[in-house]
Design a protein around this ligand. Sequence first.
Ligand code: GLN
Length: 283
Amino acid sequence: MTKQPMTIHEALRWASLFLQEFHRETPVAEILLMHHLHMTKSQLLMSLRDKINPETLSLFEKDIKRHASTGVPVQHLTGVEDFYGREFQVNKDVLIPRPETEELVLGVLARVDKYPKPVSVVDLGTGSGIIAITLKLENPELIVNASDLSEHALNVAKQNAKCLDADIDFFQGDFLSPFIENDIEVDVIVSNPPYIPYDEEATLNDTVKDYDPALALFADSDGLAAYQQIINNAKHVLKKPGLIAFEIGHQQGKQVSELIGRKFPHSKVEVKKDINSKDRMVF
Ligand code: GLN
């Protein structure tokens, strides 16, 4: 890029061409420029003829080149990702929030009113805290606890809860273990656990494989280990009636339903599709 002052329009054009050469998605240019200029998308589009100051331009250029050459996710460059209309901090210690998980949260919100108040919820493997925090902010009457095995992930979740002013208790530990140890009983268990079988690692996109934490992605037993562990321990914490809500891999609907059916023979199990018509949730 030339070192002459550039307008927003020129910088976006340069960046889009650069990204295309590396077969990267061009909307990344807008996201990174919005981030460096602290502008919303409409502010950016209304300022296309404004000049960008040289320091900002060079930071933008550096990020575009890094993303183009390494594929580092744009969320690791900006340090944030939107989820359910709010901005969450993310880093290498947590799974970057996916839009499918918004549908899991919606599904839980639509079902919690069936349980006697106050309704208590645990989010297992909370990662950046998106599920727990969104549930609490969308329905402040819920009592929300969350766990994660990774202390680093919990630090991110706690920071997000603080910035977004969500009152949640966080516990370090393996899925339900901290709640069993602390005799905490709940109405709702929600989780988006790791569910990718180890032998599918090679099929993943590099930006996932190289940057999302393995702990958040992969599970033994064909990707079912986390579900097995949670379902097998659920009786120690889940009240009756109670709700289990999982995000699942699109080929796991039948197996996860069966796991639940085996432990809770009289329960009603629903497999729900995401907006791409793939099985994505089990309630
Ligand atoms: N609960 C977090 C999310 O939904 C983290 C999930 C995970 O790390 N598997 O993004």
